[in-house]
Design a protein around this ligand. Structure first.
Ligand code: WTA
Length: 631
């Protein structure tokens, strides 16, 4: 814990050192880990390729840094506290020693079932400790996990399996989600029909519902582990070997597999976890994300466990059995650090303060947010009613691609400002560029958020398509990593994220590509063309507005709209379901046939007073018609 920054001057000092001599800075941090072989150089990089390597030729296993490194001192300490969906079901507390045994045992199972170093394993599971066991067991044998959020459809799951040619799927019979029971195994079965690479499926019994077990392919988890040794020697891998692939949406239609590697990811997630949340031994830390997203990877599983922390995992939803559930859990487990998304705060805010009243919330010391900009009203509500005015809010800006938190207050150290992610963490060299690629220096500037120097947990490639990685992140501004976000640096040098500047919308903190939703809508046989934009939504941050041209023959508008919604749910999953669908006679297009999204965004936002110049459009008359029918 010696790398913990404790004062503002300490932060300023560390930040300066990290920029003046990054190699020395990161090698000092990396020295606190257990490496089987030390690195030859700290970082080798160029953003042209891009080609980025951290801790070159170092050898390690990330799980040795969770277990072997901690067992003597922390073996009997809880690693995971699991809170089930149903508050009447028993809590599970798993110590470091117990988790170690489970991970070793499951590593042996994976190997026995044919998974070896470098193979890809899909994890499509509920929020149960076995999901973490599955991830860590893959890491222990050098296999590459790709966790797919269990709300994604069979089509989305099949696409991901095919993209990374996974050998195995780890799943459950069903998932509990609030009052619902979701038939997860059925989705997996349907997905696998469209794939060729899957050899085995291991199924955790969770809900007890009936499932079809395909003989020769499907195995029950509890049967697979029976009698298997709980000892396993970790596979020693290279610092730059792949740790995991996580699929995320971009501005083009197909989600891309963001690749993270072992050494740098380990160092950076631990460092940021310790600093941002100011975790002290004995604290209980809770992040409400799902392991299907990067937040769950870095700040439920890897960061906290690498730091020897106690991480709480919650299976359910914030409103079940009632809107006080989060606060009940905070009191029940005496949570010290609580990390959630603005959309959850806004959703709970809508219930008023009554659901909070029965709870003390006096164990909380740090509260955090991630995933989307937090509006000032929600920030104050969170600060006053949850943090009781005494907990610093860490508004953490980062991305699937960055692997770890990039801009954030350090709790209790950095003075906060509502809606500001504040300052970059040590090692993070930001740049704001105008649309011509000129770096805007000094304060009170606004533009495209870029990073000009590598950091240990940055993405290395997009799986199977390095050119796509270069195109997406390193080609807009030569020599910089481009985040896709707009940002303002105010008069104090503080950063405020303004949201995406590309065709990505952020719905309840989940990234959706407009093209991806359009492709799904277009699958409906009556749809001729569609255009999707985001618009401000009170709870979700952004909602999905779809303009659709349809062949209406023999159909009612209401039916078609409902069918389109179902098509999107089927193709992507419920999270991509449009909030508003408007059937339109045409879409505004330029003379070269490009859809003018700017106009559609204005209509969706209700800003129709000033549409700008529409005379250059191919079909200016359609704009009025769309405005008339707007919702
Ligand atoms: C947005 C989530 C404002 C941003 C870790 C980014 C934020 C995208 C914040 C990444 C924040 C994330 N304030 N916006 N604190 N955190 N974002 O990959 O637009 O799911 O580019 O990673 O979420 O989403 P992702």
């Amino acid at each position: 814990m010696s790398n913990k920054i404790q004062t503002l001057s300490g932060y300023i000092h560390e930040y300066a050192k990290s920029v003046q001599d990054p190699e020395h800075f990161w090698s000092r941090i990396a020295d606190s880990f257990h490496w089987q072989k030390r690195w030859d150089s700290v970082v080798e990089w160029n953003f042209k390729g891009p080609d980025v390597k951290w801790f070159t030729n170092a050898k390690l296993n990330i799980t040795e840094n969770i277990f072997e490194r901690h067992l003597y001192t922390l073996g009997d300490k809880p690693a995971i506290i699991w809170e089930p969906n149903n508050p009447d079901e028993d809590v599970r507390t798993i110590t470091y020693k117990e988790l170690y045994a489970q991970v070793c045992q499951f590593s042996n199972v994976l190997k026995a079932k044919g998974v070896s170093k470098g193979d890809r394993v899909i994890i499509y599971m509920p929020m149960v400790p076995e999901a973490a066991v599955a991830m860590l067991a893959c890491a222990r044998i050098g296999a590459v996990h790709s966790v797919v959020f269990a709300g994604f459809s069979a089509t989305s799951l099949a696409d991901r399996i095919n993209d990374c040619k996974a050998k195995m799927v780890l799943t459950s019979d069903g998932n509990f989600r609030g009052s619902k029971k979701i038939a997860v195994k059925e989705v997996v079965d349907e997905a696998i029909e469209r794939t060729e690479s899957i050899e085995k499926v291991i199924v955790l019994r969770r809900t007890g519902q009936d499932v079809n077990m395909k003989s020769g392919r499907d195995i029950w988890w509890h049967e697979a582990v029976e009698g298997v040794s709980t000892e396993n020697k970790a596979e020693i891998v290279d610092s730059e070997d792949m740790l995991f692939i996580l699929y995320t949406s971009g501005s083009t239609g197909k989600p891309k597999g963001v690749v993270h590697t072992c050494g740098g990811y380990m160092v950076y997630t631990t460092y940021t976890f310790q600093n941002v949340f100011q975790y002290s031994q004995g604290d209980v830390y809770w992040c409400t994300a799902d392991v299907g997203w990067i937040t769950g990877h870095s700040y439920i599983v890897y960061g906290p466990l690498l730091a020897g922390a106690t991480t709480l995992m919650f299976e359910g939803v914030p409103t079940y059995p009632d809107a006080g559930r989060f606060w009940a859990i905070c009191d029940k487990h005496k949570v010290n650090q609580f990390y959630t998304a603005p959309t959850a705060i806004r959703a709970l805010q809508a219930y008023g303060t009554e659901p909070i009243e029965p709870y003390k919330l006096d164990s909380l010391r740090v509260i955090g947010t991630v995933g989307e900009p937090i509006n000032e009203e929600a920030w104050h509500w969170y600060h006053d009613h949850i943090g009781k005015g005494k907990c610093p809010i860490v508004d953490t800006w980062w991305q699937t691609e960055t692997g770890g938190i990039m801009i954030s207050p350090i709790a209790g150290v950095t003075p906060t400002k509502p809606s500001y992610a504040t300052l970059p963490l040590p090692g993070i060299q930001l740049a704001i560029l105008d649309n011509d690629g000129k770096e805007l220096t000094g304060n009170s500037v606004e533009g495209n958020l870029c990073v000009k120097f590598p950091w240990p947990s940055m993405l290395r490639t997009t799986y199977g398509d390095h050119e796509r990685c270069r195109q997406t992140y390193f080609s807009s501004f030569k020599g910089y990593y481009f985040t896709g976000d707009g940002v303002k640096r105010d008069e104090d040098g503080y950063y405020r994220i303004l949201g995406r500047v590309d065709d990505v919308i952020n719905v309840s903190g989940h990234r959706m590509g407009t093209a991806e939703v359009e492709n799904a809508i277009n699958e409906h046989p009556k749809v001729i063309e569609s255009a999707v934009v985001g618009y401000p939504h009170d709870i979700k941050g952004q909602g999905i507005y779809a303009y659709v041209i349809c062949d209406m023959e023999g159909r009612s508008e209401a039916n078609l709209i409902e069918e389109i919604r179902q098509t999107v749910t089927k193709i992507i999953g419920p999270i991509a379901k449009p909030d508003k669908i408007q059937i339109v006679p045409g879409l505004p297009k330029t003379r070269s046939g490009k859809i003018m999204r700017r106009i559609l965004r204005k209509i969706a936002t209700g800003e129709t007073a000033n549409m700008g110049d529409t005379s250059t459009l191919l079909n200016p008359e359609v704009v009025e018609e769309i405005i008339e029918g707007a919702q």
